[in-house]
Every structure is written in structure tokens, then in C-alpha cells.
Design a protein around this ligand. Structure first.
Ligand SMILES: Cc1ncc(C[n+]2csc(CCO)c2C)c(N)n1
Length: 228
């Protein structure tokens, strides 16, 4: 299957997510709140643009069931996933206004601009390749973290883990994988290689997003005046 090929190409990158201190910190509850806050604010902006990518998927879909799937993904991101962020924001004292008016970091801009440009230029297959690594890898991470014992005091990140480990997310990831396989099956190798590039690039950008949040990097490393 084409998604097996994608997984093989990105495997070392995906393994690094589980060793990343941000991800480990969510898993064992030790992640500092200021890093999580930074992440949630950037991630909210990320999800707004991500919704635009789903909308492009609906525009480019050749079949009604694919169009329905993209519109459902768009709706569930705007309501359910972004609700997770709104709920956390309320708990940690970030107002709705602050959440929507966050200054974007360089990594966020790189990631969303990349996806939007590939989705705009490409067909429904490129759109699917753009969103696949993010949905699939979050489900893998959620499932792995869900296996760990949740000690006392770690319940704060529980909602985050529960969302991405949920059956609903498993279904989202599975249906996107199925769609990717359907769309890529009959494509010539040159086009498959392009989809693979998108998958590997977005997988690297996922890693960069964890790094960005862990170090709270806006543009360059910590002490640069560009961060102020
Ligand atoms: C940087 C970053 N990467 C992936 C996700 C996870 N995610 C984004 S949209 C979507 C699909 C349906 O809502 C999923 C799983 C995230 N939140 N932030």
C-alpha cells in the first residue's frame, strides 16, 4: 500500500516525536505550563489554516463522498479539536481574543504556508498528502501516551491525550489513509514521489513544531532581539 511506503520514508522522523521532551512531558505530566501555553496558542493558528486546507480538499474533490469527508473534517476541526484549545485556554487564563490574535512563529508560518501552497497548486491527492502526517502522527502519539500510567498530578494533559487517542481520531486517521491509497494507486511514479515529498516535509515540520513549542521560539533562538 502507498501509505506503507510513506510510513517507511518518514519512520525515523516519526520515532523522534516519541522521544521529544515536549511529547514526553505531556505523557508524564512534567511539561511546563508556559511551554504548553505557547504551543496551544500557535496550534490554534495552525488549525485555522488547516481548516482552509480541508476546505480546498472539498473544492477539489472529484466525488461526493470525498467532498463529504473533507467537509466533515473541516467541521470537526473547527468544533471539536479547536474546542479542546478553547477549553484549555479558559483553564490557563488565555482569552479568546488572545487565542485568535497570537503572533505567528516562523515555524508555524513555514508549515501552514507550505501546506496551503501545495494544496492550492495540487489536486485532491496533494491535499490529502498535506493533511495525512498531522492527523495520523497525532493519533500515533495519542495512542502511545495513552498506554502510560497517568499518575496523580498528570491529569491536566489527560484531555489532550484522550482526544488524540480516541476512537473518533482513529477513524479520521484511517479514513484519510484509505483515501490516500485510493487516490495514489493509479498515479505514475513521478506523482507518487511528489506526494511522498509532501508527506516527508510535513513530517519534518511536525518535528519542528514540537521543537518550536519546547523552546518557545518565535523566529530564531532564544536570546535574539527578533524574539522581542
Ligand atoms: C502542529 C499540529 N499537527 C497536528 C495536529 C493534529 N490535527 C490537526 S487537524 C487534525 C485532524 C482533524 O481535526 C489533527 C489530528 C495539530 N493539532 N497540530
Amino acid at each position: 500500500m502507498f501509505t506503507d511506503r510513506l510510513y517507511r520514508s518518514a519512520q525515523p522522523i516519526w520515532e523522534s516525536y516519541l522521544h521529544h521532551p515536549f511529547v514526553k512531558g505531556i505523557g508524564d505530566g512534567s511539561l511546563e505550563l508556559d511551554k504548553f501555553k505557547f504551543f496551544m496558542r500557535q496550534d490554534y493558528l495552525y488549525l485555522i489554516d488547516y481548516c482552509r486546507v480541508f476546505a480546498l480538499g472539498a473544492v477539489k474533490a472529484k466525488r461526493l463522498d470525498t467532498m463529504t469527508m473533507f467537509s466533515e473534517l473541516l467541521h470537526s476541526t473547527l468544533s471539536e479539536e479547536m474546542n479542546l484549545h478553547r477549553n484549555y485556554a479558559e483553564k490557563i487564563g488565555i482569552s479568546r481574543e488572545e487565542l485568535e490574535n497570537t503572533e505567528p512563529s516562523a515555524t508555524l508560518l513555514a508549515y501552514t504556508s507550505y501546506m496551503l501552497s501545495k494544496a492550492n497548486q495540487g489536486s485532491e491527492a496533494e491535499v490529502t498528502a498535506c493533511v495525512l502526517a498531522c492527523t495520523w502522527s497525532y493519533h500515533v502519539i495519542g495512542t502511545e501516551l495513552n498506554k502510560l500510567e497517568r499518575n496523580e498530578g498528570h491529569e491536566f494533559y489527560g484531555d489532550w491525550i484522550d482526544m488524540y487517542a480516541s476512537d473518533e481520531f482513529a477513524e479520521l486517521a484511517a479514513s484519510l489513509k484509505e483515501l490516500m491509497n485510493d487516490l495514489a494507486d493509479d498515479l505514475p511514479e513521478r506523482e507518487k514521489a511528489h506526494l511522498e515529498d509532501i508527506f516527508v516535509h510535513t513530517s519534518k515540520l511536525e518535528y519542528m513544531f514540537w521543537e518550536m513549542a519546547y523552546n518557545k521560539t518565535m523566529w530564531v533562538d532564544k536570546d535574539s532581539f527578533l524574539n522581542h
